[in-house]
Design a protein. Structure first.
Length: 618
């Protein structure tokens, strides 16, 4: 495949690419971006294929991969456009259509392999009525989906002669790795100071290490005008006003002296606004609330902090994560992920927000006030960073649609509702007068003092996990990988990865070095932990161990008729007996050709301990 150019990763690309290096962080729900392309009228297959090819020609992001260079540094590689393979779904029912699109969005895309995008078309009566692209998130963001949909319509109109549209011309995608060198020192200092005052955690789940997801959706036509009007009166933006209300509610629920909310925003310069690519940023906004300010004062504080943080938004995600990780090491505690707010709107709202104040007041008064709230429990998964909640606000056609995920082990249903409907209630009250801290507490469901909780603790430096046959061999393997990938030596194994001089950008090369030598067990996330390399080395396992672990779990599932078996599940606690153990024993011998004493299975009743024993790792 012809290569047109190479360049460094942008800060947002760093984040999305880095997440894909660790199975604990990687998820098709967050690693992929589905892009729905709706033609203005049904089209034939040839036109659909031609239109998608034009999209690739115009947008470098759709023909980019991420590869490690000779120096182990990842870079974006732009390839020449080439036609995509298409999948087709003919005359689907609404149910089939929905699940087909969901299934396509779950595809595992490798950002190092061209193309990191898949294409499918929905046909009715032989004509294409929809094209679905699925793109790796490290190449496109939410704004890009809107841009691509609009481009697709223009291209179709041009191809079919319905409009005189310019449908040619590739578009540059310049995403610098970090801020300019002249700003680097001041930017680093700013984030070091922010990390020093950031609360380690506003909440700790009632059950550690689990995310019991509750999805919620809230739709209102009153909130957009409220946000615009309050923003006008407070000389700020609707996004800042909304963020301030979430700060207020979370701070009231927590009761701590400071609040922190991660602000997920576009991260685009004016020049980048119409460029398809991945530019978004997620920055922690820290605000002092020890004096229990009224809402108007808090809006001013959030506006000031947001302005200062956004001015340093070009800092790459990994550089910021390195600063936070070193602060974690000094505190002896991990920063919780907490709550994140993502606020976006269409061009129509940007214009509507500039309307005269009288029109905004009228819009609020004419709102129907019928609030729709849909809540439902979903699945429980592992949680590695203290996730509390995510609020995605999208204003389109004058209506605010809020999609969210909450952790039930952090928030009660009443608090979830307050976080969804509370901003509107607070802002409506603010139009009539002052909103005091007790007012916020009542809305947040706080009675008496707040509920500040303890912070997540560090992983134990002596955590018992299956290790290599000799800890010295594990330590040597890891330190050598760190030295080779980062071109540093010698590395002190009693320091953390970052303290030893490692860079998070080089973690992929460290993992590749270990895999080439048959060592597994670590992911990108592990290298952010403020623990020593010696502790991380204890988590290394060989490829043989991983094979045994998978085989044992598979045999147990078959013989015990279970859907899943965890690595620490006890065979007999799951309902196993001597007869089923004999069947597992026979299955192991048949599958591996290795003579395994049945007494070994009695002595090691969990998949983890048995795999460690069979791979000589006990």
């Amino acid at each position: 495949m012809s290569v047109e150019r190479r360049g460094p990763l942008g800060g947002a690309q760093e984040y999305e690419w880095w997440k894909m290096q660790d199975p604990k962080l990687r998820s098709s729900d967050t690693s992929n971006v589905p892009v729905r392309l709706l033609p203005p009228r049904p089209i034939d297959e040839a036109t659909a294929r031609a239109a998608v090819l034009r999209l690739l020609e115009r947008n470098e992001a759709l023909r980019t991969t991420i590869e490690l260079g000779p120096d182990n540094v990842p870079s974006q590689v732009v390839h020449a456009a080439a036609a995509l393979e298409f999948d087709f779904l003919d005359d689907p029912t609404p149910h089939d259509h929905l699940y087909y699109c969901l299934d396509r969005a779950q595809a595992e895309l490798d950002p190092s392999v061209f193309p990191a995008v898949t294409a499918a078309a929905i046909r009715h009566d032989g004509a294409v009525t929809e094209v679905l692209l699925v793109v790796a998130h490290c190449f496109v963001d939410g704004r890009s989906t809107t841009l691509l949909a609009a481009q697709f319509v223009d291209i179709i109109n041009g191809l079919t002669g319905h409009a005189d549209t310019d449908i040619s011309g590739p578009q540059a995608q310049a995403q610098p790795l970090d801020c300019p060198d002249i700003e680097r020192a001041s930017t680093t200092t700013f984030w070091e100071q922010a990390a020093a005052i950031m609360p380690t955690s506003m909440f700790t789940p009632s059950r550690e290490g689990l995310f019991d997801r509750h999805g919620a959706a809230y739709t209102t036509d009153r909130l957009p005008a409220l946000l615009a009007l309050v923003a006008r009166r407070r000389a700020t933006t609707p996004a800042v006003v909304y963020l301030a209300t979430i700060h207020a509610l979370l701070a009231a629920m927590s009761g701590g002296p400071r609040s922190v909310v991660r602000n997920h925003f576009a991260g685009r310069t004016k020049e980048q606004n119409d460029v398809v690519g991945c530019f978004h940023r997620i920055l922690p906004i820290v605000v002092d609330v020890e004096d229990r300010p009224d809402l108007a004062t808090l809006i001013g504080r959030v506006a000031g902090q947001s302005l200062r943080a956004h001015a340093r938004a070009q800092t790459g995600f990994l550089q910021l994560r390195e600063i936070l990780a070193l602060e974690e090491r000094s505190r002896g505690a991990l920063f919780a992920e907490g709550a994140t707010v993502n606020f976006a709107f269409d061009d129509a709202y940007a214009q509507a927000a500039k309307a005269p104040e009288e029109e905004l007041v009228t819009a609020i008064g004419e709102s129907a006030g019928e609030l729709e709230l849909l809540m439902g429990r979903n699945e429980t998964t592992a949680d590695y960073r203290g996730f509390a909640g995510y609020l995605m606000v999208r204003i389109e056609d004058g209506v605010a649609k809020i999609q969210s995920s909450f952790n039930r082990y952090v928030f009660t249903p009443r608090q979830m509702r307050a976080l969804l409907t509370g901003p509107e209630e607070l802002l409506f009250a603010l139009l009539d007068g002052e909103v005091t801290w007790p007012d916020v507490e009542r809305l947040a469901g706080v009675e008496g003092p707040g509920r500040l909780r303890h912070a997540p603790t560090l992983p134990s430096e002596s955590e018992p996990v299956p290790a290599l046959a000799t800890s010295a061999a594990a330590v040597a393997a890891l330190t050598t990988a760190v030295e080779q990938a980062n071109a540093i030596a010698p590395v002190d194994p009693d320091r953390s990865y970052l303290e030893a001089g490692g860079r998070l950008l080089m973690v992929s090369a460290v993992l590749a070095f270990l895999r080439e030598r048959g060592h597994e067990g670590l992911g990108a996330y592990d290298f952010t932990l403020p623990v020593s390399l010696r502790t991380l080395a204890a988590r290394l396992v060989s490829a043989e161990y991983e094979g045994w672990l998978a085989k044992i779990a598979e045999l147990w599932q078959t013989e015990l008729r279970l859907d899943t078996v965890g690595p620490d599940d006890d065979f007999f606690d799951l309902g196993g007996d001597s007869l089923t153990l004999a069947a597992v024993h026979g299955g192991l011998i048949e599958a591996t050709g290795r003579d395994v004493a049945i007494v070994t299975l009695f002595e090691h009743p969990t998949p983890r301990s048995l795999a460690a024993r069979l791979s000589s790792q006990a």
